[in-house]
Design a protein around this ligand. Structure first.
Ligand SMILES: Cc1ncc(COP(=O)(O)O)c(C=O)c1O
Length: 390
């Protein structure tokens, strides 16, 4: 047989597979595994959003929609960006709506990169960034951030910039660290992007999940709109992971190439989901706030409870719904930590190494799960640490 795609075979295997497989087999064997490994809100999609999808279906909205997204949802996106960040966005040429933010990040990279172009990715990073850069023909260049400074972006990133650097990827609030960039970090990214003529991909999917500080939309900083693609989506803020809906806003030329990729592959997002997505963006936002408050209460409970356990350390993340936890009482090899938690406490977390080597020494816990489950998890960790130190 002739050989399969070299490009796809070059993609490194995910470091989470082994732990996930083990969690699944423990569950299948009837063990009561508490899963803190996922990124899927435990809340249901708000009722008014579901009603909008049902109404669209009842009205016969079941045909091919415009490939870039219905005008209603593109207008809702443009209006949101104008109201929240003062950005002027043309819904006809500067917005693309797709089945999820994930596809949009890939589409942005595909629109920007030529073979060998380098993309700066801050570490720890969301697991899909490196594979996506490789699939788009680029070369990922990772820049490690320091847990001692809560994983802040510093001027040291300039050392990683070469004549081949084309793009900087920023994710704030961050998965997995929960870090939210401040004005100083945003200024560093802006100045370097302008100085070295770089594009910026700003993944803002956790935008609505901030507990301290304010979200900075990089595109709305001076002279940044022309070089920034903002990617966002409905999954996290509106508890809509299964609907597969996201949007990107950026310069018309880049969005045009992304739209070309979309129209020649997935065609479009699903018609009636876009009716729901427009309602999510333009309708009442009180459910978003209710969920944010619930995540904040869970964060505070978990951070306080974990730090009260000898041998466990956890910073208080300013955003997103993850905790990046250290277990100095157990060790620093994150695969080993995740295995101990799974085997001895029946808790599934994600080993920090999955997010790059700067994530080593950590396990990511998702707090997108009920307070009851989190309380049970804390009790198990307390017991584990007590047993281990006895
Ligand atoms: C940082 C980050 N970006 C993008 C996504 C993709 O979200 P979706 O494709 O569901 O819109 C996720 C999902 O976990 C994420 O954590």
């Amino acid at each position: 047989m002739k050989s399969l795609s070299q490009l796809l075979q070059n993609i490194p295997p995910s470091a989470t597979i082994a732990v996930n497989d083990k969690a699944k087999s423990l569950k299948a064997a009837g063990r009561d595994v508490i899963s803190l490994a996922g990124g899927d809100p435990d809340f249901d999609t708000p009722a008014h959003i579901i009603a909008a999808a049902k109404a669209a279906l009842d009205a016969g909205d079941t045909h091919y929609p415009p490939s870039r997204g219905t005008l209603a949802i593109r207008r809702a996106v443009a209006q949101k960006m104008s109201q929240e960040y003062g950005l002027t966005v043309d819904p006809a040429t500067q917005v693309l709506v797709s089945p999820g933010a994930k596809f949009l990040i890939y589409a942005t990279l595909a629109a920007l990169l030529n073979p060998g172009d380098e993309v700066i990715i801050f570490e720890p990073y969301w697991v899909s960034y490196v594979p996506m850069v490789i699939m788009a023909g680029g070369t990922p260049v990772t820049v490690s951030l320091d847990p001692a400074t809560q994983f802040s972006i510093t001027e040291a990133v300039e050392d990683a910039i070469t004549p081949r650097t084309k793009v900087i990827m920023v994710n704030s609030p961050n998965n997995p660290t929960g870090h939210v960039i401040d004005a100083t970090e945003a200024a560093i990214v802006r100045e370097l992007a302008i100085k070295h003529d770089l594009y910026v991909i700003s993944d803002e999917i956790y935008e609505k999940l901030i507990f301290e500080g304010e979200h900075i939309n990089l595109a709305s900083l001076p002279d940044m709109a022309e070089r920034t693609v903002t990617v966002n989506g409905h999954s996290k803020a509106y508890a809509m992971t299964g609907w597969r809906l996201g949007w990107a806003v950026g310069p018309a030329e880049i969005i045009g190439l992304m739209a070309k990729l979309q129209s020649q592959t997935v065609t479009s997002a699903a018609s009636f989901t876009m009716a729901a997505g427009a309602e999510a963006l333009s309708g009442p936002q009180d459910e978003v706030e209710r969920m944010r408050q619930a995540y904040k209460a869970r964060r505070d409970f978990m951070v306080d409870a974990l730090n009260a356990i000898p041998g466990v350390e956890c910073d208080r993340p300013a955003g997103a719904f993850y905790l990046f936890v250290r277990f100095p009482g157990l060790g620093t090899d994150s695969m080993e930590l995740a295995n101990i938690l799974l085997e001895e406490a029946e808790i599934a977390g994600t080993p920090g190494i999955a997010f790059g080597k700067a994530g080593e020494g950590h396990v990511r816990f998702s707090i997108a799960t009920s307070m009851e489950e989190l309380k049970r998890a804390v009790a198990r960790i307390e017991k584990l640490m007590r047993t281990r130190s006895a």
